[in-house]
Ligand binder design. Structure first.
Ligand code: SF4
Length: 135
């Protein structure tokens, strides 16, 4: 049997708790809270304790999806980004910048949240930007 543990940061929310993911023979088998982390000091909430499960769930999305003829179809990131950019541009052109709205996530970094609000305001011209923590 091959065992290892890897120190990482929880991706469930913006707190940034640290834990070790346990790897046994190539499968993640558990989560151990990091006692030296100044953020969580050896504690985790229930989501963090179970973080090893979603990583290897067979229900996890592994590529972008675009609805085509009523069905969600896996596509490349390039196709998804081109499609999204052209749709946003068309909506903005037809209805104005305030017809767009952006919702950021607690599951991304502060820097990524900053970038999305910058994109919303500077690139598309709308102040319609909010965060899932306010829902
Ligand atoms: S363990 Fe819980 S509180 Fe800590 S980052 Fe993950 S979801 Fe947030």
């Amino acid at each position: 049997m091959e065992y290892s543990s890897v120190l990482t940061t929880c991706t469930y929310c913006g707190c940034g708790c640290n834990f070790y993911l346990e790897n046994l023979d190539g499968r993640l088998t558990g989560t151990i809270p990091c006692k030296t982390s100044p953020v969580n000091q050896g504690r985790l909430c229930i989501k963090g304790w179970n973080a090893h499960e979603f990583v290897q769930s067979d229900q996890r999305l592994t590529s972008p999806l675009i609805r085509k003829e009523g069905r969600l179809v896996p596509v490349s990131w390039e196709e998804a980004l081109d499609y999204t950019a052209s749709e946003l541009a068309a909506i903005r052109s037809e209805h104005g910048p305030d017809s767009l709205a952006f919702l950021t996530s607690a599951k991304v970094t502060n820097e990524e949240n900053f970038l999305l609000q910058k994109f919303a305001r500077a690139a598309t011209g709308t102040n319609n930007i909010d965060h899932c923590a306010r829902l």
